[in-house]
Design a protein around this ligand. Sequence first.
Ligand code: PFF
Length: 486
Amino acid sequence: MAQKEHWDSRTAFILAAIGSAIGLGNIWRFPYIAYKYGGGAFLIPYFVALFTAGIPLLILEFALGHRTEKSAPYAFGTFKTSWKWAGWLAVFVGFGIVTYYAVIMAWSFDYFVYSFKLSWGTNPGNFFYPKFLQLSHNPFQIGGLRGVIILGLVGTWVWIYFSIIKGAKSVGKVVYVTVIVPWIVLLVLFVRGITLPGAQEGLRYFLTPNFSALKDPAVWFNAYSQIFFTLSIGFGVMIAYASFLPRKSDIINNAFIIALSNCVTSFIGGLTVFSTLGYLAYQKGVAVSSVVAKGPGLAFITYPTVINLFPFAQPFFGAIFFLMLLTLGIDSAFSLVEAFSAAAADKWKIRRPLLNGIISGIAFLIGLLFTTRSGLYWLDIFDHYLANYGLVIAALLEAIFVGYIIGPERLRKYANQLSDFSIGKWWTFMIKIIIPITLIWVIIWNIKDEIKIPYSGYTKGALGIGLLFLGLLFIMSFIFSKERSK
Ligand code: PFF
């Protein structure tokens, strides 16, 4: 096996992990979910999820990676060979996610260029779907590839490739830029946002607590899934990143620093988005509720609309907004590739640059599906299965594995003896009891919902293909976990 790679410093590791955690999700997922599920009151389930599941699992992944010095499958395999597949499942789900995460980056690339001339015109809604995506009528109407998006995708993959070319060594350098730049831009947009007329109304909408929402299980379910997604838990990323730590490194304090920095960023993201929405509503003379958007709609329609309304420096604000999305997303994207690549490097003796090239190439080819005219539908369907089910199943397996197969006390003592401060038995209780119960409940809840109403009104055929893809990842995990010879 190749010589073990290491981070250059503790800061490099912390920034890489923060870079993975802070991504598009902080800007276009968190604000919307918080607003929808109780506003200010959502912070209660959110912090409960953070402390009962998020931080405990982050510590678990760090301890597992550090103790074994291996990628997810081999970290599991060190304790029990028959569980290797669960580690492969985690990295395969991450790999599936990066195939479409990179396409969103590709759109951001294109829009970054468009922002110099405000090419989205006076009605960004009429630009994004019909002109930019040229969205077809249904998932099966593929309708050919979109050249500009492919161009953006090539740019994204070249960027990812060079960021991880030498594993931790190169990642540790790149993250100084890709973590700090979006923070600075976010701060600029935050100050711009809260000083706009109408901002207060937007913030009031976002933060007014609706405590009765706390009785709704959907609120709790969304708080937990948001915490997993945002902390990049369950994809083997944090296991791989911790495996590159030197032998004497803190784990527990790092986990707290990383998780809290991420959540504070989400909160500032929320304030920025909602103050800006307040301005939009004010300009249009409508209620804030009628301009609320999430996901692609927020980034590619609502924000360009707001930028058009700015009295000055429109191209500047457009360019820095898309630069922020790009730098936010890139380190999340390459962390997923890195987790997979670290696993492949543990399995095969192939040089890292070549391995990264093969992985990036395959992911690019799969991503072409999302650059077709029906790409947005497939992106949405794949995301639904991977980010909801794939992620939660992988995290559940992780908790069961540590809780019942290797024994959490062992790992807790290991983490305590290394760290700046210790964790008590509460951690073991979370891993053995709270996390499995919550996650099983989340999965059942999800399936029940799914049977009642097909996701987003898609046909059974389209959803079946998404499910098939998830199934394929399971099968691949089993195949990859079988070793021919040693
Ligand atoms: N945490 C990222 C976000 O919130 O956008 C997304 C993500 C990155 C999820 C890396 C999982 C992962 F392994």
